[in-house]
Ligand binder design. Structure first.
Ligand SMILES: Cc1ncc(C[n+]2csc(CCOP(=O)(O)OP(=O)(O)O)c2C)c(N)n1
Ligand SMILES: [Mg+2]
Length: 623
C-alpha cells in the first residue's frame, strides 16, 4: 500500500509542476476586439471573473472562440464539465465559499434545460452566478437548416425565470455591454442569486461595425447591503437588554472571518444562547459554550428546549423561522409565538416571487429588521460599545441545556471492528477533522448534528438549499476550486445516490487538477425514500418490509471506486469499519495535501443517526 501511495504522490507532484499548462491556447498574436462575442468576453474579463464552467455548444461557438482566442483562456478560464448540471453546481460550490460569482456558459435551450435543476438549487442557496446562454440566430434568415431551428427558442429564459434574479437577451454589442454590467450588479447585490444572459448567435458572430465603449466596471458596482436604521438598532437592543434568556438563531450569514468574530463577540456580550443550522454554512463555533444544542435544520429535542425557554429570539436570516416555531412549539404556522419577542433580520423578502415557495412560512415578527445580518450585528456591537454596557455574563438558565457536546463526545467511540453505522462513520470523520483545516463542502442526509465540529466560517459550506440530489459532487469540486490555493482540505461527504447522480463531475477535478477528497456514505440505497415508503405503508396498513423495492441501489452493486478511478481519482478498496475509514482518511489527506484527488467508499449499514426529529423514520430531510 505504501509503495502505491508513494508512486501516486510523485505522479501528483509531476502534475503540480504542469499546472500552468492546463488548456493553454497557442499562436494568439495580439487579438483585437472585432466580433460581437469579443465585446461580451471583454466586459467579462474586466469584471475579474476567474472561471467560466461550461459544456460547449455551437449556439455559443462565437463566445467560446472569444474566450479562447481573444482572452487567451484566462480571466475567465474555462472549466470544462461533462454535464451542464455540474457546470452550475461547481459555480454554486465556488460561490458559496467566495460570495463572488463564477461564470457559466450553457448551450442553447438543451444545455439550459439540463442545467435548470442546479440553477434552482443556486437560487435556494442564494449564490451569485452569471450564466451565459445562447440561442438563434434570432434572425430566421440566417439559421442553418434543422439544427439552428431546434436550438432556437423564443424567450428562452422563461425556462428558468422563476428562479433567477434577472435575465436579458441583448440585441447589439453595445447593449450586451450594459447587459453584462447589470448582470454583475444584480447577482452581487444581496440577497444573491443567479442571473442569465442569452446571447443571440447572430450577435455573437457578427463583425463589429461601430466603436464599442466598454466603461470601467467600478462605476457599475453593486451598492453595499443595507444597514438597519439606527432607531431599529436601538429598539432591538432595548429588547435584547431586557431579555432574560435571549437566543440567537444564526442563519444565512457571511463567510468573512471578521463577521464571524463579531458574531461571537456579540453573543458573548449579551450572554445569548446560540443555535446554528445544519443546512447552512458554518456561522458560529459549534463547540463554544454558548452553542447549546447540536446544529439542526428541524429543531431537535435540545433545540426545541432552547426555543421554548427563550424569551427573545434574534433570527439572523434563519432559513425557516415559522417552521422552526411550528415544530418546536407545536403551534400554527403564523401569529405565534406571542410570549417571546421575535427580531428577524433579513433582506430576503425583496427576492421572493409567486412561483417558488422557498421563502418558507410567514413568521410573526415583533421587530423586523431589513438589513444585512452581519452589518446589523456590527451596528448592535457599536451601540453596546458606545453605551459601554457590554456584559459578558453566562446565562445559567440556558447553560444547563448545554449537554450536547459532552454527550457527543461520550458517545463518540465508534464500534470497534464492527460494520459501521452512519453515526460511527460521522464520529470517525469528526475525529479525523479535529485540529485540521478541513472544509466540508457537503454532509449527507442523516449525518448527526453532534458530528458538526466547526471552528470557522469555512468549516462547512452547507447542504443543497434546493434539496437537489446530484449536486454533491459538483458542489464539492466548486468548493475545492475556490480553496485550491489555500491550505484547506476540501472534503465532500456524500450519499451514494447523490454521488452516483453527479459522479461524472469528478473528471473536471482531475482535468483541472483540483485537490479534493470525496467520501461516500455508501448504504446502497436511496435510503431517505425507503423511510418514506415504510411510513406510507404503515399509515396504510400495508407491509412495510417492501420499503426497499424501487429504492435499493444494489444487485448489481455499483463499483463506486471504479467510477472514481476511471476519472483519475486515487482510491482503495471500500472500507466498512471505523478503523479502516480512519486510516483511509489519513492516506487520502496525504494525497490531497500534495495536490491530488482521493475517493473513499465508506460502506455503512442502512439507517440514520438517531439524534432528533430531523432523522426520524419517514421524516427525512428531503422528499
Ligand atoms: C433531483 C432529485 N431527485 C430525487 C430526489 C428525492 N430524494 C431525496 S433524498 C433521495 C435519496 C438520496 O440518496 P443518497 O444520496 O444515497 O442518500 P440516502 O437517502 O441513502 O441517505 C432522493 C431520491 C431529490 N431530492 N432530488
Ligand atoms: Mg444512499
Amino acid at each position: 500500500m505504501k509503495a502505491t501511495v508513494a508512486r501516486k504522490l510523485s505522479q501528483t507532484n509531476n502534475r503540480q509542476a504542469n499546472k500552468s499548462k492546463i488548456d493553454r491556447p497557442e499562436n494568439l498574436g495580439k487579438p483585437q476586439m472585432k466580433w460581437g462575442s469579443d465585446v461580451v468576453a471583454e466586459v467579462t474579463r474586466r469584471l475579474d471573473l476567474k472561471y467560466i464552467a461550461l459544456v460547449p455548444g455551437a449556439s455559443y461557438r462565437g463566445f467560446h472562440d472569444s474566450v479562447v482566442n481573444y482572452l487567451g483562456n484566462r480571466n475567465p478560464q474555462m472549466v470544462i464539465c461533462l454535464h451542464e448540471e455540474h457546470a452550475v453546481s461547481i459555480a454554486d460550490g465556488y460561490g458559496k465559499v467566495t460570495e463572488e460569482p463564477m461564470a457559466v456558459a450553457l448551450h442553447a435551450n438543451v444545455g439550459l434545460m439540463h442545467a435548470s435543476m442546479p440553477i434552482f438549487n443556486a437560487w435556494c442557496d442564494r449564490t451569485p452566478m452569471i450564466i451565459f446562454g445562447a440561442t438563434g440566430p434570432v434572425d430566421a434568415h440566417r439559421r442553418r437548416p434543422w439544427i439552428d431551428w431546434i436550438h432556437t427558442s423564443k424567450d428562452q429564459a422563461s425556462i428558468i425565470r422563476d428562479y433567477t434574479k434577472w435575465d436579458d437577451q441583448p440585441v447589439s454589442p453595445q447593449a450586451a455591454v450594459e447587459s453584462v454590467l447589470r448582470a454583475n450588479q444584480i447577482t452581487r447585490s444581496a440577497p444573491y442569486g443567479p442571473v442569465y444572459i442569452c446571447l443571440d448567435a447572430g450577435l455573437q458572430e457578427a463583425g463589429l461595425t461601430e466603436e464599442i465603449s466598454v466603461p470601467d466596471p467600478a462605476r457599475f458596482a453593486p451598492a453595499p447591503a443595507p444597514a438597519a436604521p439606527r432607531a431599529s438598532v436601538l429598539k432591538a437592543l432595548k429588547a435584547i437588554e431586557k431579555a432574560k434568556s435571549p437566543l440567537i438563531l444564526m442563519g444565512r450569514v457571511s463567510r468573512k472571518q471578521a463577521d464571524w468574530d463579531r458574531r461571537v463577540r456579540f453573543a458573548e456580550a449579551i450572554g445569548a444562547a446560540v443555535l446554528t443550522s445544519s443546512n447552512d454554512p458554518s456561522a458560529f463555533p459549534t463547540t463554544h459554550s454558548l452553542h447549546l444544542a447540536a446544529p439542526c435544520l428541524r429543531p431537535s429535542k435540545d433545540a426545541t428546549a432552547l426555543i421554548k425557554k427563550a424569551d427573545l429570539i434574534l433570527s439572523l436570516d434563519w432559513l425557516d423561522l415559522a417552521g422552526a416555531f411550528r415544530l418546536s412549539l407545536g403551534t400554527a404556522q403564523t401569529q405565534v409565538p406571542t410570549d417571546k419577542t421575535i427580531i428577524q433580520c433579513s433582506v430576503d423578502s425583496i427576492r421572493t416571487n409567486g412561483w417558488s415557495m422557498d421563502h418558507q412560512a410567514l413568521a410573526a415578527v415583533d421587530i423586523p429588521i431589513f438589513a444585512d445580518p452581519d452589518q446589523f450585528v456590527a451596528q448592535l456591537l457599536d451601540e453596546l460599545d458606545v453605551k459601554k454596557t457590554a456584559r459578558i455574563r453566562a446565562r445559567p438558565e440556558m447553560k444547563d441545556l448545554a449537554h450536547w457536546n459532552a454527550a457527543a463526545m461520550s458517545k463518540s467511540s465508534a464500534t470497534r471492528g464492527q460494520p459501521m453505522s452512519l453515526w460511527d462513520m460521522a464520529m470517525t470523520v469528526r475525529e479525523f477533522a479535529k485540529g485540521r483545516p478541513v472544509t466540508f463542502a457537503r454532509l449527507p442526509i442523516g449525518w448527526p448534528g453532534e458530528a458538526y465540529e466547526f471552528d470557522g466560517p469555512l468549516s462547512f459550506m452547507g447542504n443543497d438549499g434546493g434539496g437537489a440530489v446530484g449536486t454533491g459532487p459538483g458542489h464539492t469540486i466548486g468548493t475545492a476550486l475556490a480553496l485550491k490555493d489555500t491550505e484547506r482540505l476540501t472534503i465532500g461527504v456524500l450519499g451514494d445516490g447523490d454521488y452516483l447522480m453527479g459522479v461524472n463531475a469528478l473528471w473536471t477535478a482531475s482535468h483541472f487538477e483540483i485537490p479534493v477528497m470525496i467520501v461516500v456514505a455508501d448504504n446502497r440505497s436511496y435510503y431517505n425514500d425507503e423511510m418514506h415508503q415504510e411510513r406510507v405503508a404503515q399509515m396504510r396498513g400495508r407491509p412495510p418490509q417492501n420499503r426497499w423495492i424501487g429504492q435499493r441501489i444494489d444487485d448489481p452493486r455499483v463499483d463506486l471506486v471504479a467510477i472514481a478511478r476511471a476519472q483519475d481519482f486515487e482510491s482503495e478498496a471500500p472500507v466498512s469499519t471505523s478503523e479502516a475509514l480512519a486510516k483511509a482518511l489519513k492516506r487520502g489527506a496525504e494525497i490531497v495535501a500534495k495536490g491530488g484527488r482521493y475517493f473513499i467508499d465508506s460502506v455503512v449499514q442502512p439507517g440514520y443517526a438517531d439524534s432528533g426529529p430531523d432523522q426520524r423514520a419517514g421524516d427525512g430531510k428531503k422528499s
